[in-house]
Design a protein around this ligand. Structure first.
Ligand code: DP6
Length: 363
């Protein structure tokens, strides 16, 4: 069993004065949802997600050695321009991870980040952003301590990313990632994401995720506030138990390729997430009328064609349409003919299962 203390380094064997790295990290979409957390970013229940391939954050991190004056020192750029409003979130992240990366105050960092998806798309970039930043920090730590294995670096990056944003720990490595202690998932941990340990059925190879942008505005409720609403929620305990059961079932489905059963779990999870928000105090409806129009159209299309297409939702109005690669042509035609009209400005993003973070430049 890992404890957080295992990620505190003892000493560093090397030093570096300046340099830069660039990492990309993808977004991910949960199939069993993380909703509710304990202190220190520990999830109230285990979750599992598909890693995306095209929706990514690319972060270049430059650094040079400075006097350690007890402060963090960094510039934050978004698409090359200063982004002051992101700074408090990064400052908080640095405070949380300093214990595990004791060199942070020895350097000045320039963090220059960009997303491959439009910023006003309602797609949260915190998962991909925190994962990309965590990988950059691990690249630097690896220079200071060259004996660290790549596996350890990824695991620690996931651990660090979690402290920035819970779901970010599922954006580091692997196509299907489990986060949170789960009896039947070997190696699973509350502290970091792990790759789903069993062989995934071919039915899920290159699984498609088309994101229908129903509402590109700011989220009505931040995820962090949403998680808090699970404290004292009347259905919380039952929900957490259900997530364990659903992960049990989904683990089997991912191995046997039963798409009908996959659909049942995934859609039920999405609606349960929204049901939790509707039944919290205060309560929220995050779906828009067009979200429901899309869900109904997907159900009708599925009934008529028997194509195993389904939906899932984040804590917002956008709809993630999930379907096998083989059905791509027919489903995309359906989306163009019947669903585009429900998307804001007709916008949607085609994505599919990916692999995790990638080192782009190492200087
Ligand atoms: C609905 O990871 O964004 O997308 O830990 O507070 O940063 P924080 O929350 P976050 O929550 C994601 C919630 C979700 C479900 C999921 O991704 O599992």
């Amino acid at each position: 069993m890992f404890s957080a203390n295992d990620f505190i380094p003892e000493t560093y064997s090397a030093s570096i004065d300046q340099g830069s790295f660039t990492w990309s990290a993808p977004s991910n979409i949960a199939l069993v949802k993380y909703w509710g957390k304990k202190e220190h970013q520990i999830p109230a229940n285990p979750s599992i997600s598909f890693t995306l391939n095209h929706c990514k954050t690319i972060t270049k991190m430059g650094f040079y050695k400075k006097e350690n004056n007890g402060n963090f020192s960094f510039d934050l750029l978004f698409e090359g321009k200063p982004k002051e409003d992101f700074k408090p979130k990064i400052e908080k992240f640095l405070e949380r991870i300093e214990l595990y990366l004791p060199f942070l105050k020895d350097y000045h960092f320039t963090i220059d980040t960009q997303n491959t998806f439009p910023h006003s798309s309602g797609i949260a970039s915190s998962a991909s952003g925190m994962a990309a930043l965590a990988m950059n920090f691990m690249s630097l730590e690896k220079v200071l301590q060259s004996e660290m294995t790549d596996d350890y670096c990824y695991q620690k990056a996931s651990f660090l990313a979690r402290l920035g944003s819970g779901s970010a720990c599922r954006s580091v490595k692997g196509s299907v990632v489990v986060w949170g202690n789960h009896n039947n998932t070997k190696g699973s941990s509350d502290l970091f994401g792990v790759e789903f340990p069993n062989t995934i059925h071919d039915n899920f190879r290159n699984y498609q995720n088309t994101i229908l942008l129903v509402d590109k505005g700011e989220k009505q409720v931040s995820s962090t506030v949403g998680h808090d609403l699970m404290h004292n929620h009347p259905f919380a305990e039952r929900r957490f138990a259900q997530a364990h059961d659903n992960l049990d079932k989904l683990s089997i489905i991912l191995q046997n390729g039963n798409l009908d059963e996959f659909i049942k779990i995934v859609e039920s999870e999405a609606l349960t997430l929204h049901a939790m928000m509707m039944t919290s105090m205060p309560y929220f409806i995050l779906m828009k009328p067009n979200t429901l129009e899309i869900i109904n159209a997907i159900w009708k299309f599925r009934n008529e064609t028997k194509i195993p297409v389904c939906f899932t939702l984040d804590a917002g109005a956008n709809v993630h349409v999930l379907y096998p690669k083989n059905d791509c042509k027919k489903v995309l035609q359906f989306i163009k003919d019947e669903l585009v009209g429900y998307c804001q400005n007709g916008h949607y993003i085609c994505d599919e299962i990916g692999f995790g973070a990638q080192l782009i430049i190492d200087n």
